[in-house]
Design a binder for this molecule. Structure first.
Ligand code: ZN
Length: 280
């Protein structure tokens, strides 16, 4: 245990370690994405396939990241999108937030939900992170927190919120990272989820891929200045292989700004217990 250590965990959906060929992997062009490049160059590969046949998927991958359980193996397959009831129950019972709270640590999910009533989220929108957050805290960060810059919208800049009636200012990726760091400074463990990488990978639209990665790169220019332990990883590959529009079998990168804190890890289900061990 290290007294006072703060952990900021940035979960980037659909980011694998891919080939060095820029024709296939947009991230092979390190000059274009210097900050993501720095993360990737200083990362170790984690297996996301978890010994289960087929392409790794989001619901089981994210459940593995947030519970420390091999969710794909427990469910007998990789499960896409939002978790079905049995997987939801696993996340409710074993998530890292609840475990940390039980030891007296403070933690939070920094993402904003565009809601007034933050305890009632439409069921269809309950991703693994939402299920974990509701199980641990009974609510999420909503409109009031966003207005006070105490929440970060998933797209970083709030542009996507325009369609949903947001009339406040747009912010830069740098400002989004500053807001996130301020939240992380106040908690032992903070999670932020960015999933436009996965959407861009599925779109097959190169323009969307490059715009998404450029925005994320600008965000990381500042997020990398976080004074505590910054962790970045993913649930499965996708955006690093533009030759397919599906997820990939590639390992995902695990970046830790203080890598000496962790024993070598092999797969995504080993990260949550390692984080708990560092903090508790
Ligand atoms: Zn995913």
């Amino acid at each position: 245990m290290q007294d006072g250590l703060k952990i900021l965990f940035v979960f980037v959906d659909g980011l694998g370690l891919g080939s060095n060929d820029p024709a296939v992997n947009p991230l092979a062009d390190r000059d274009r994405f210097p900050n993501i490049g720095k993360l990737l160059e200083n990362s170790v590969p984690l297996d996301a396939a978890l010994g289960v046949p087929g392409l790794p998927q989001s619901a089981t991958g994210q459940a593995a990241l947030l519970t420390g359980l091999n969710a794909a193996k427990l469910m007998g397959r990789h499960i896409e999108g939002f978790p079905p009831p049995r997987l939801k129950a696993l996340v409710q019972e074993h998530n890292i937030f609840s475990k940390l709270l039980a030891t007296g640590k403070t933690c939070t999910f920094a993402n904003d939900y565009w809601l007034d009533d933050v305890a009632h989220i439409p069921r269809r929108r309950e991703s693994v992170t939402t299920v974990a957050t509701l199980a641990a805290f009974g609510g999420v960060r909503g409109k009031a927190e966003l207005a006070a810059n105490r929440a970060v919208y998933h797209d970083l800049t709030r542009e996507k919120l325009r369609d949903r009636g947001y009339t406040g200012p747009l912010i830069t990726p740098k400002e989004a990272a500053e807001h996130l760091i301020a939240i992380a400074d106040d908690h032992d463990f903070t999670l932020f989820e960015f999933f436009e990488t996965d959407h861009a990978g599925h779109s097959g639209d190169k323009e969307q891929v490059f715009q998404t990665l450029e925005k994320l790169d600008r965000f990381f220019a500042t997020a990398l200045l976080f004074n505590g332990l910054l962790i970045v990883t993913s649930d499965h590959g996708n955006i690093e292989d533009l030759s397919v529009r599906t997820h990939t079998m590639n390992p995902v990168p695990l970046f830790a700004s203080q890598p000496e804190k962790f024993q070598p890890l092999e797969n995504i289900s080993q990260l949550a217990p390692a984080i708990i061990q560092v903090l508790v």
